[in-house]
Design a protein around this ligand. Sequence first.
Ligand code: CTP
Ligand code: MG
Length: 267
Amino acid sequence: MTSIPPAEKVGAVVPAAGGGERLPGPVAKQFRDLGGAPLLHRTLWRLAEEGRVGCIALVLPASEVASFEPPAGLPVPVLPVAGGSERQYSVVNGLSALPPEVEWVIVHDGARPLLPPGLVEACLAGALETGAAIAALPVSDTVKRAGMGDFIEATVPRGDLWLAQTPQVSRRDLLERSFALAAADGFEGTDEAALLEAMGIRVRLIPGSKFNIKITTPEDLEMAEAYLTHPEAAAPLITGDGTQTSQTAQAQTARAGAPPVIIREDR
Ligand code: CTP
Ligand code: MG
């Protein structure tokens, strides 16, 4: 294949079934408010709005599957499915919920609501050659390896080190095979690329974005709130009836220094 697959052949899996233990609160982090809209709604909008994805398998805590309502007006169907004990097993469940016509899979963490415009497309394009690509960031800090008692044991050359993000894109058949092999070997990875690498697949690194943070701790939530004023991170404008204004208008608003206008969904 030499061109980006059409949306009907592309499905997203959004793991959002975690307990969010590093961000304690009344509800798990994916259901928290971020700048006037539920964090997970922002993630879904970001995935759906560019027209690259035909459906989204949304992996939720089992107790949320029946009651979850996607944001009104989302242009892509959402298939809610229950998660597993670890992220990897949640992704497996999501994968099995995708319809048979889906040939390419985009895994994107529910906890990354500031997915930058164009990154899904860049990862899809990057995956065409070997069947797999992920968003990642070159390491910019100096890296230390700790020894006994948190004293430095070594400085690790960082020239070839990258921090993995999502989206992680792969051919469906490769991803399914990698999960089957991992299950047979009892291998657990913290991302999909680790499983594909273990199978010998060459996974392309696509430059991601510092804005594409995974909300993990309370500080991350505060940073994400601050990032919302930046055009690359600005969230879609979600109105009460689920319609949204254009990314361009929003970016202009953000560039002008005004905070993005989010009209809270009234439910
Ligand atoms: N996730 C999942 N199923 C799990 C664990 C995690 O679907 N069993 C999802 C999370 O909901 C999140 C993404 O995987 O969207 C990345 O995981 P992480 O940031 O670690 O989230 P949590 O596991 O919820 O947080 P914590 O590790 O702090 O408990
Ligand atoms: Mg976790």
